[in-house]
Design a binder for this molecule. Sequence first.
Ligand code: 13P
Ligand code: SF4
Length: 324
Amino acid sequence: MTERKRVEEEIRRLKKQKNAVILAHNYQLPEVQDIADFTGDSLGLSQEAANTEADVIVFCGVHFMAETASIISPDKKVLIPDEKAGCSLADTINAEQLKNWKEENPDSVVVSYVNTTAEVKALSDYCCTSANAVQIVSSIPEEKEILFLPDMFLGAYVAKITGRKINIWPGECHVHAGIRKQDLDEMQDSHPGAEMIIHPECGCTTNLMYQAENGTSKNGDGNGNGRGHVKFLSTGGMIKHVKTSPSKEFIIATETGMLHRLRKENPDKIFHPARENAVCKYMKMITLPKVLRSLEEDIYEVKVPLHTALRAKRSIDRMLEITN
Ligand code: 13P
Ligand code: SF4
């Protein structure tokens, strides 16, 4: 038996013994996605964490995602296989900075993207994910001012789609911000018939808005038809869209881990990453041996203090009430 097979078998055995569930984000290494009970986007994973009957959640993702699982399921043991798996976007704003921003804008409603610490969520009115940010902002009364954080590209995208005036925190994810319009132009030139799918955290988002409004990219016909359709979607939205799209070829502008599941579930379609080196080093810190060690030694537990968890949960519950 190969070492990998041995590790996989041991993970399955321990998972059963401990009544554990393995949740993996769409950017995880292929072998980690393949051993998971559920693979999904931030919204799907938080819903799964809320519904699971398991006693232990092994969260294969980054720290704020494991925190979210702990907030939603405080009675369960939440483990992250590598405690250093952070998120550069979540690190762009801390609780102190948000307190100050709120003080400067006392009547505003705070909408925080899920890529934030539990402490930041605890100071927020609404949580949102890339899948539902537009829906959450649209649900807020027109006369209310909005503070949106921490991703400036997602914020610009939401402001454009909803037509709302939004105060946006200048944070960015280094992986998505690194995907530039030039990358997409080059890919479209090489694959002129491909449909282009973009995560709204991408740096190219703002530049491409006008194309999305027409439903086409620079190679499209201007009427939303044929060559080079453009869509902005969360990672979960990408999975759903590709299944039903008549297109056979896609350019995927997000972290490259996304392509594993897209290829696995759509073997007859062709996928190209918009940028080969759009790789989140934090997501890739989780490996199969670390998942096994996590189950063996019950490490690393992520537990949000009750006081913070209760306040953070309000913002998540408000989001789930709107989207469920
Ligand atoms: P999704 O919510 O689309 O899965 O995105 C999460 C994330 O971290 C993007 O980098
Ligand atoms: Fe954070 Fe960016 Fe990695 Fe997503 S891809 S987890 S936003 S650093």
